[in-house]
Design a protein around this ligand. Structure first.
Ligand code: ACO
Length: 329
């Protein structure tokens, strides 16, 4: 048994001002609002357009709001973890840059790269430092500037992704609320279906990788769709079973926002009522590591102390899993 529970005690988000609508995309690629809406549920996405701004700027926007909302002095923060696939640089990490932009100078910081499951993994990682009594205040961020790796000539990907993210504060909770359990899985054979081929140690940036457009997201949508539905559904069922929970016990299901049809399929395979499934995809698109904290932020007013919440995600890697927590405020 952990010494303390680790609970989320605040959440905040950041979305850049720029908006890219389906109508805008109609002018850019061979697509239309009807196709995008019926296949994905997305109507618009936010895009970070200002030159010289990157993921750490969005993450810092969320963290500054979080510190203000929770009345926390930056000097009290001991650890910052940022889940992202679009860090400002290959190194150093985005978490360090974010912390410095927020005046957080007493913390150790690092990134987690697990694509759309990144925030889920980072939340569990951060919570373990609290449960062991090592730390008292940990910030977990999920943020991505997907527009920096999306090819706006590729209609199969450019309609899906957006920019934005959010952050939560984790603190010890003596009433037993907070992080309860997780089931996470990975399968590296999924690489061929969803990845950014160029710029890593396999295919370092070269004239050839640029000419071949290998620095953009590549996705083969169909197999990813199927694996996402299966991965999220099976890990939700596993969590329910081993915690002796029924779906009636769960107040909120918070799925990664990749595609409305994926969200609907997961809910219907589980027989879970749609009115208790958090949804932001229509307005933000898929912000990769950003979708889960964006959901929590937008539904914060509707969350109540003691609510049983399942967060579930699936992403490139493949990575996937489900976390179970009780809301602490
Ligand atoms: N507008 C119009 N037509 C399009 C568009 C578009 N934007 N995009 C594709 N099409 C066409 C295709 O070319 C194809 O035409 P064809 O039949 O003549 O070849 C047709 O529409 C069907 O294409 P599919 O790819 O089969 O369409 P699908 O219904 O599978 O939808 C989508 C595609 C939205 C990408 C879906 O497969 C999906 O959401 N997949 C999963 C995404 C996901 O969960 N990703 C994981 C997280 S992301 C991460 O980790 C970074």
């Amino acid at each position: 048994m952990p010494l303390f529970s680790a609970a989320i005690t605040g959440v905040a988000s950041y979305l850049p001002e720029g908006i890219l609508t389906n109508k805008d995309l109609e002018q850019m690629v061979d697509t239309n609002d009807e196709w995008i809406t019926s296949r994905t549920g997305i109507k618009q996405r936010h895009i970070l357009k200002e030159p010289g701004k990157a993921t750490s700027d969005m993450a810092a926007g969320a963290v500054k709001r979080l510190l203000e909302k929770t009345n926390t002095d930056p000097s009290e923060i001991e650890m910052v973890i940022c889940a992202t696939v679009t860090a400002d640089y290959n190194f150093p990490d985005c978490a360090n840059l974010t912390a410095t932009k927020c005046g957080i100078n007493n913390a150790f910081c690092y990134d987690i790269n697990a694509a759309c499951s990144g925030f889920l993994y980072a939340l569990t990682t951060g919570s373990k430092f609290i449960e062991t009594g090592s730390l008292k205040k940990v910030i977990v961020i999920g943020a991505d500037k997907m527009s920096s790796i999306v090819n706006y000539e590729d209609r199969t990907t450019c309609v899906i992704f957006g920019d934005g993210g959010g952050a939560v504060l984790l603190e010890p909770n003596e009433e037993g609320y907070g992080m309860k359990d997780f089931v996470f899985r990975g399968d590296g054979s999924g690489v061929e279906f969803l990845y950014q081929k160029g710029g890593g140690s396999m295919y370092p940036a070269s004239e050839e990788t640029v000419a071949n457009k290998e620095h953009y997201v590549f996705q083969n949508g169909r197999p990813v769709f199927k694996a996402a539905v299966t991965g999220m559904t099976t890990t939700v069922k596993e969590i329910l079973k081993r915690n002796d929970l029924s779906l009636d016990d769960i107040t909120w299901l918070v799925p990664h926002q990749a595609n409305l049809r994926i969200i609907d399929s997961v809910a219907s395979m589980l027989d879970f009522p749609k009115e208790r499934v958090m949804q932001t995809i229509e307005m933000y698109g898929n912000t990769t590591a950003g979708t889960l904290p964006l959901c929590l932020n937008d539904y914060e007013d509707r969350l109540k102390k003691g609510d049983k919440v399942l967060l579930t995600a699936f992403g490139g890697g493949f990575t996937w899993g489900t976390s179970y927590l009780t809301w602490a405020y």
